[in-house]
Design a binder for this molecule. Structure first.
Ligand code: BTN
Length: 325
């Protein structure tokens, strides 16, 4: 299956009934037969797209299914690498597991594993991640940036900035970043990021960015125990959102900001991140495995630690903790 032709067909058919797409033109441009184009149209129909035909002029899109299949996402993509290689599964325990396998087998930079449903989605600190079928974006992005293993944790912050930029561009909601990996709206969790590493002692082989975004859930779609702390874009906006459009926008910004981080270092990401952070300048309660204490959040350091000012005036950099405002 050539997802390039399919996603290009989709993109052009979206121009509507007044601008139908000529099958012959696509066939000529992509060096495939007219019958092959017709087969792609039939494939799209079997995936749930409603396609109209105007005799002697071509095809146009009437309606789209709610799917995160590669061609649905790729029609909106503006990246060079991210999302160009994509594996979509209906259901799996966790896209992180599949992504680790694919990365070990040499999957190229920017490969995406995306699922409609995860049955054992995992969050940070081995917590479960609720991943209801067809309601969110459950994806793992295999990145291969030129970074040292010490620079890898900052990729969580790079991803957070990319995600808030995408949300801002496509919705009216105002997202905030909660260190290190949560994106909140009105104080409730909308998105989580799980960063995992494959590395030699001095070289990153792959950084796998697991991104879980609550998109079209209603409150009752969440397990009871997280209903008071979770939200979705649909709940916040009062209307459903296109998952493929959002996934593509996240990948666009992710590619952009990872490239910025690799080229210019963490400084520009730090400025962006701090502008979205919900805790800077505020009193926070910090819970680590060892203890719980209060301090004032100051900012993030060059290596991605949260810097807090303790009551005796000393500054502490935190690598891993739960933060409560
Ligand atoms: C967290 O907030 O603790 C991180 C949640 C990360 C969830 C995503 S969903 C896609 C990928 N697959 C997983 O099993 N987890 C990540």
């Amino acid at each position: 299956m050539n997802t390039n032709v399919k996603s290009e067909l989709l993109k052009r058919m979206s121009a509507g009934k007044d601008n139908p797409v000529s099958g012959q033109q696509i066939a000529d441009e992509y060096g495939v037969s007219r019958t092959a184009v017709w087969k792609y149209v039939k494939e799209l129909e079997s995936e749930g797209y409603e396609i109209g035909t105007i005799r002697k002029r071509g095809y146009y899109l009437i309606s789209s299914p709610d799917t995160v299949a590669p061609s649905a996402i790729q029609q909106f993509l503006q990246t060079e690498n991210y999302g160009r290689s994509m594996r979509h599964v209906e259901t799996c325990p966790s896209t992180q597991i599949l992504a680790h396998e694919e990365a070990q087998n040499g999957a190229p930079n920017g490969t995406v594993i995306i699922a409609d449903e995860q049955t054992a989605g995992k969050g940070r600190l081995s917590r479960p991640w609720s991943s209801a079928a067809g309601k969110g974006i459950w994806m793992s992005v295999i990145t291969r940036p030129e970074l040292t293993p010490q620079q890898a944790p900052q990729m969580t912050l790079v991803a957070a900035v990319a995600i808030v930029r995408a949300i801002e561009e496509l919705t009216e909601v105002t997202p905030a970043i909660k260190w290190p990996n949560d994106i909140l709206v009105n104080g409730r969790k909308l998105t989580g990021i799980l960063t995992e590493l494959q590395a030699d002692p001095d070289r990153v082989k792959a950084i796998i960015l697991g991104i879980g975004m609550n998109v079209n859930q209603q409150l009752e779609d969440f397990p009871e125990e997280i209903r008071a702390i979770a939200t979705s874009l649909c709940i916040e906006e009062g209307q459903p959102l296109s998952r493929p459009k959002l996934a593509a926008k996240v990948l666009d910004y992710l590619e952009l900001y990872v490239a910025l981080y690799v080229k210019k270092g963490f400084a520009p990401i730090k400025i962006l991140w701090e502008s979205y952070a919900d805790s800077i300048g505020k009193r926070v309660r910090i819970s680590t495995l060892q203890d719980t204490y209060e301090a004032t959040a100051k900012g993030i350091s060059e290596d991605g630690r949260l810097e807090v000012v303790l009551d005796d005036g000393s500054i502490r950099g935190i690598y891993s903790a739960d933060i409560h405002i």
